[in-house]
Design a protein around this ligand. Structure first.
Ligand code: PMP
Length: 285
């Protein structure tokens, strides 16, 4: 049975009740976070909490627990749910008001919810066991504040479904200038002539924690060159390698886009180098 956390208490999932007037339900008015945990060790805990606090600030939800408090919640959930590989989902909405009214609530306590779900085992830096992603592409039609990890994910849901319904594992998005933004639930990269290239952080993409950790690890522990710059879609189709990153995927190699092979259609050597480094150093964060 899954044990969850709701507004200060741990309880079985079946007992967790949230008002239908909750603004998370009515408006998608909230911020969420997903932190991976392998063998009860949280990866990227501090940057995940910092991004969540930043998101809360950006949407004006006056709520801040320190890292010690969140660490207690996360580690208790891990203990109570006991699986080796877990995603810890944290969710703070603006709370339940007595009326449905767009303006921010006053004197309404935010709703704080957390639960765990199984995630795949951490990636092995091994081409023969890595999951090779096949993806589709479509125009990014989400809102203009994609740097905020909002619980309002309908745009992402529809974009993911675009690929999923056609048998693909993900969907890579491009803006009206034909520039790659990100995946529907992950950041995106190309590799060309030995250089790793990924779009710069702006309002069009989520500042992924895996992205932050990967770029930091490559910088500190390798000679692999990284560029953060605009990536045109024709560069995506001409890339030697394409990767996706997220907390539950780590670094995912893409071998096919819209039915066409990426490079030679096989998982690339730079992916292997990057995943090897990521596996070695991720526990530092
Ligand atoms: N972009 C989007 C749209 C996402 O939903 C996610 C997380 N699933 C990411 C990027 C990757 O973020 P992180 O590395 O922090 O999981």
């Amino acid at each position: 049975m899954s044990i969850v956390f709701l507004n200060g208490d741990f309880m079985p999932m079946e007992d967790a009740k949230i008002s239908p007037m909750d603004r998370g339900f009515l408006f998608g008015d909230g911020i969420y976070e997903v932190i991976p945990s392998y063998d009860a060790h949280l990866i990227g805990f501090a940057p995940h909490i910092e991004r969540m606090n930043q998101g809360l600030k950006l949407i004006g939800i006056d709520f801040k627990w320190d890292k010690t408090k969140w660490s207690e919640v996360c580690n208790t959930l891990i203990k109570k749910n006991g699986a080796a590989n877990l995603g810890i989902y944290l969710h703070i909405s603006r709370g339940a008001d007595s009326k449905r009214f767009h303006a921010y609530t006053e004197n309404v306590p935010p709703t704080v919810f957390a639960f765990t779900f199984a995630i795949p085992a951490a990636n092995l830096a091994d081409k023969s066991t890595a999951k090779a992603y096949k993806v589709s592409t479509t125009e990014d039609l989400r809102w203009q504040r994609c740097n905020i990890k909002s619980t309002a994910l309908l745009g992402n849901v529809m974009h993911f479904q675009h690929g999923f319904s056609r048998g693909y594992n993900e969907t890579i998005l491009f803006n009206s200038n034909n520039e790659m933004t990100e995946g529907s639930a992950c950041n995106a990269y190309i590799v060309k002539d030995g250089v790793v290239i990924t779009p710069p952080l702006d309002n069009q993409i989520l500042p992924g924690i895996t992205r932050f950790m990967l770029l930091d690890i490559l910088d500190k522990h390798s000679d692999i060159k990284v560029e953060q710059r605009i990536v045109k879609m024709d560069e995506l189709f001409a890339a030697d390698e394409v990767w996706l990153t997220s907390s539950s995927k780590e670094i995912a190699p893409v071998v096919q886009i819209d039915g066409k092979p990426v490079g030679d259609g096989e998982i690339g050597d730079l992916w292997l180098a990057a995943q090897t480094l990521y596996s070695a150093y991720k526990a530092d964060y």
